[in-house]
Design a protein around this ligand. Sequence first.
Ligand code: BTN
Length: 319
Amino acid sequence: MRQDILDYLMEHKDTFVSGQKISEMFGISRTAVWKHIRVLKQRGYIIESYTKRGYCLRIAPELLRPETISPKLKTKYFGKKIVYYEKVDSTNTAAKKIADQGAEEGTIVVAEEQTGGRGRLSRSFLSPFAQGIWFSIILRPTFPPMEVSKMTLVAAVALTKALRKMGLIHCGIKWPNDILVHDRKIVGILTELNASVEKINYMVMGIGINTALTKKVLPRDLKKTVTSFAIENVPVHRSELLQEVLLQLEHYYTVAQEQGFAPVLEEWKMLSCMLGKDVEVSLTDHTFTGKAVDLDENGNLVVETANGLEKVLAGDVQV
Ligand code: BTN
């Protein structure tokens, strides 16, 4: 029903249509019409409404439908197959399901909204309708499972390159794979693995990029730590951004597969916003401070402390 009302408003874009007319057309009450309009507004549709004139659709958010993404996609195989949802619990969960059934490498699952978006360390991930790019890509790399943590560094390099290309020139990587602008997070990456001891069956790499999120929709605890293209005042088209992200991901993934991780880790160091800064490292059993000085060949963060160099393999690092 909501889609029918939306289609009707789209057909009459920039023209007022009365609530009465819509209610008669679709056989629902005017209150029901108003409720659907309210949801559309929450989803980013700009709809003017006046008691006597009715409703007028002015701006519709650009959706990430396959027919919008595919025509200008320059990749060889990343994103050539797109599974699209308006709403899903988590694109990672959906991607794992189709990967189990044999979906090809490079297939992406993209959603306008996630109702159960997941982050690292069992945190939830805010993913409201059309206010970011929420997607997961299925990878079937040939390297051994122990190399997998380096893949998230590869993704961070690719994403930073893509974001800078789209105008977010000050973004940089916080170890291991958060992307920050002015010390606030704009991208999160969650990698999940299906592997045996010797072989990776598949990896699902889930990526969330905040584009249109505003401070208003951010919960209080995220206001100081999270940002978006909109908050940074950098206009962006989500479809162009997704196309660029897929292109960069495919490039750096191919480099890592064909030449090993070393060249990508060198780029990581150049794009890091953390090296040279004082950090606090929280491990499961203790916390320590020091200066982040390097990334080693395995992708571990090297921290200079009063007691010498410490290598951080996993943990939470704050600048
Ligand atoms: C983090 O920063 O903790 C990682 C966040 C990862 C979020 C993305 S959005 C698309 C994909 N689906 C999910 O449920 N999570 C990832």
